[in-house]
Design a protein around this ligand. Structure first.
Ligand code: UD1
Ligand code: CA
Length: 530
């Protein structure tokens, strides 16, 4: 849940702070063709969570270190930050070979050395910790300042700390002083830990504040003398302690926040937490959910108050939904803008489309990209639309395909109307003027234009433009053949015997056969005796 502190903390950047996001690793444990930081949590790539926290706290400069699938990661980061305040502060640097987290941070040196004044402190974030809150990061910065620390680390106490780096503190009982944040000695990776160290339940979250004067000097001295042969960023803790510098630590009250995603199981765990936080945020903002647990809302979605979400609604991407709108069960909406007082009935799939105020959509409607449903318009059962505008108050209530069409206001689209927009090579446009009435089962062979007020008779195949206020009718004139069915019936009966006569014939035949077989048995008996 977004706390008050979190809300108050937003949008006040800290000057003199450099931020480094590490996002170059492949993430082998994900068993994926895709780089780990691009895996999504609540519809948002993981790296974007870290970059967003960075943007909210940093006033100076943000370096994002990319490596595996660098171009893809760069593209996702750039797409995610366009239009965000402070986006121009983001610099993407490449770590060509992934030699460890310490090596990753080293690659960002150039980003900060160009400026006249180097950052007084650095905030370093792992790219795979999507639950980390801005308020926690600010607390870490505050503690770092207050304690005059050189390195400040974020820790969490976990029941199952396996896989994480363990925080090793000075044994308080031996030293005879109380457990304080300055008794941190080192961070030891799971693979390098002794069994005693591995027993520590306090883990390193992977979020650090480091003093400017110390960071790159310390990184230059790192040695890859560990199980993985990597340059570990975590070794700077041990180095600061050895130099008699102060290392501070903040321990998370909610350990979930420190979840690092290395595996699909951890990805699923992060998803569960974020989904719940998002639901709670919208419930608190005045959205009704009849069954919150079954509702999926992506991180980029916005919902107005008094909107009601029924069970099993999925809202994806950057969907925006207005106030007092109702979304019934089994609806999936992706990247749409939906107005106020809109009714979306059950089982619709709506994508990259816009539905204006007071419109009515569904049940069983499929809106493909580029649809605009104007105010008070209605789209009903089994209607598919694509790149089409349906004008104010117009109706397409049943069984239609409307593609590449501009439909003005007050139009009635009859059941079974099809825009034949594709000739096998190209797509063509259909234009329907104001207050046009299309009868049922009409085909509009595009390109074609129907003038204002025209009426198209049911069953018409429109192949030419129809002038305004005119009737178009293209069906074969109907003829009624009086008595035709009765004559046919008589003919059929004469040609084929009735059911009753067939039954009698079958009975006669059976009796005849029985007699014949009895006769032949008698004959046989006589000959055997003779
Ligand atoms: C790291 C920490 C560990 C901590 C854990 C928290 C180190 C040595 N260990 O371990 O103490 O408990 O995070 O989740 O730092 N990366 C690069 N370049 C590299 C290697 C990694 O950019 O050469 C990036 C990754 O993309 C990822 C982050 O750094 O975003 C952390 O790397 P990862 O391999 O997941 O580290 P952990 O083993 O989880
Ligand atoms: Ca990790």
């Amino acid at each position: 849940m977004t706390s008050m502190a979190d809300q108050q903390a937003t949008r006040s950047p800290i000057f003199g702070l450099g931020v480094i996001v590490m996002a170059a690793g492949l993430g082998k444990r994900m068993k994926s063709n895709h780089v780990k930081v691009l895996h999504q949590v609540a519809g948002k790539p993981m790296v974007q969570y870290a970059v967003e926290v960075a943007l909210r706290v940093a006033g100076h400069r943000i370096a994002v270190v990319v490596g595996h699938q660098a171009e893809k990661v760069r593209h996702v980061i750039e797409a995610g930050i366009t239009g965000t305040p402070g986006a121009q502060a983001v610099r993407i640097v490449e770590q060509a070979q992934q030699l460890g987290t310490g090596h990753a941070v080293m690659q960002s040196r150039s980003v900060f050395s160009h400026d006249e004044v180097c950052p007084a402190q650095y905030l370093i974030l792992n790219g795979d910790t999507p639950l980390l809150k801005e308020s926690t990061v600010r607390e870490l910065l505050t503690v770092h300042q207050r304690e005059g620390a050189t390195v400040t680390i974020l820790t969490a106490i976990l029941d199952d700390p396996s896989g994480y780096g363990r925080v090793i503190r000075r044994d308080a009982s031996h030293e005879g002083h109380a457990h304080s944040s300055s008794d941190v000695l080192k961070i030891v990776e799971d693979r390098d830990a002794t069994s005693a160290e591995r027993a520590s339940k306090e883990i390193n979250v992977g979020t650090y504040v480091v003093s400017g004067a110390f960071l790159f000097e310390a990184l230059d001295k790192l040695e890859p003398d560990n199980a993985q042969g990597e340059y570990y960023l975590t070794d700077i803790v041990r180095m600061a302690v050895a130099q008699g510098r102060r290392v501070a630590a903040v321990t998370l009250r909610d350990p979930d926040e420190g979840l690092g995603v290395n595996t699909r199981q951890q990805l699923a765990a992060a998803e569960l937490v974020v989904r719940q936080q998002i639901r709670e945020r919208w419930l608190d903002a005045g959205v009704t959910m009849r069954d919150p647990g079954s509702v999926w809302i992506d991180a980029g979605v916005t919902i107005g108050k008094d909107t009601v979400l029924y069970p099993h609604v999925v809202l994806e991407g950057n969907t925006v939904i207005g106030e007092e709108t109702s979304i019934r069960s089994g609806v999936r909406i992706t990247d749409c803008v939906i107005g106020n007082h809109v009714d979306v009935l059950d089982s619709c799939v709506l994508g990259q489309s816009c539905i204006e105020d007071d419109a009515h959509v569904g049940p069983f409607v499929h809106l493909r990209p580029g649809v605009v449903v104007r105010r008070r318009a209605k789209v009903g059962n089994f209607v598919e639309m694509k790149k089409t505008e349906l004008g104010e108050g117009s109706k397409a209530n049943h069984l239609s395909y409307l593609g590449d069409a501009t439909i003005a206001e007050g139009v009635n689209i009859g059941a079974g109307t099809i825009t034949c927009n594709y000739d096998g090579l190209k797509k063509h446009h259909t234009v329907i003027g104001k207050n046009v009435f299309l009868g049922s089962d009409t085909q509009l062979v595009a390109p074609v234009t129907i003038g204002d007020g025209a009426v198209i008779a049911a069953g018409t195949t429109v192949t030419q433009n129809v002038p305004g206020d005119s009737l178009a009718i293209s069906r074969v004139p109907q003829t009624n053949r009086i008595g035709w069915v009765a004559k046919r019936r008589a003919l059929v009966e004469r040609a084929a015997p009735s059911v009753a006569s067939v039954k009698t014939a079958v009975k006669r035949l059976t009796v005849k056969r029985q007699k014949a077989s009895a006769k032949s048995k008698k004959k046989l008996g006589r000959s055997s005796r003779g």
